[in-house]
Design a protein around this ligand. Structure first.
Ligand code: SAH
Length: 232
């Protein structure tokens, strides 16, 4: 009898916690995204669906839907929901697109992309984060995302050209390999500039010509270089 009561309590508790997250997720989409001008239906649908709490460490799960970045270990952060939405919307994605992300981190941004496009390639330089993101994405059924551990500076030559590229770590200058691997007609969003004055820059390529536009001042964890080269 006691065991049955315990079981009911357990299931009920889990149920409550889950519906609580679902509610917070809906409120986040309305209050943080829609009111700030995110209108792309695919971006909003993806963020309404993805359990962000699954991408953060246990001790910060309760803050998963707050209007700020959160620590994910190794000195890294999962971006603020609005920034994820803004960057995704700027890419003007199509269902058949192949997208490259540099800076997998928790894997949350990769999941948002994976909800919208056909194929996502993502590179993370911190091995532990890459492994953990791979596991989370697999558990949630995102079989259209491939995670690689290594320095994303060089992009991913085997899979170029990419219809869209998203860089989620701040860098002084745009890496040339990423410009080269962007498809004609493609779009890239990247935080660029000195560490205290970075802007999200939207890069477009048309008939081989590159155009750049600053779209939003931002703060991002720094892009780091692996002196030893790729680890795979
Ligand atoms: N997109 C992530 C946010 C990650 S923060 C998310 O949704 O959670 C930026 C990430 O970029 C960090 O995990 C950091 O380790 C990684 N990073 C920094 N420099 C990198 C590089 N040269 N190549 C690949 N990843 C890099």
């Amino acid at each position: 009898m006691l065991r049955i009561l315990f079981l009911i309590g357990f299931v009920f508790n889990i149920g409550c916690a889950q519906s609580d997250y679902d509610k917070k997720r809906g409120v986040m989409v309305t209050n943080q995204l829609i009111t700030r001008g995110i209108t792309d239906p695919a971006t909003l649908d993806a963020m309404r669906k993805i359990p962000r709490e699954r991408f953060v460490p246990e001790n910060v799960k309760q803050y998963a839907y707050q209007d700020n970045p959160l620590p994910i270990g190794h000195g890294q952060t999962i971006s603020q929901p609005y920034i994820v939405a803004f960057m995704t919307q700027e890419l003007k994605l199509n269902p058949n697109d192949k997208v490259l992300e540099i800076g997998t981190g928790s894997g949350y941004q990769a999941a948002v992309l994976a909800e919208i496009v056909k194929t996502v390639y993502t590179i993370e330089i911190v091995k532990e984060l890459g492994i953990s993101a791979k596991k989370t994405l697999k558990e949630l059924g995102y079989d259209n995302v491939t995670v690689r551990i290594g320095d994303g500076y060089h992009g991913w030559k085997e899979h170029e050209p990419f219809d869209a590229i998203i860089v989620t770590a701040g860098i002084e200058n745009i890496p040339q390999p990423l410009l080269d691997q962007l498809a004609d007609g493609g779009r890239m969003i990247i935080p660029v500039g000195p560490s205290n004055r970075r802007n999200l820059v939207l890069v477009t390529k048309k008939n081989g010509k590159i155009k750049m536009k600053k779209v939003l001042p931002v703060r991002f964890v720094p892009f780091v270089r692996d002196k030893k080269g790729d680890q795979e």
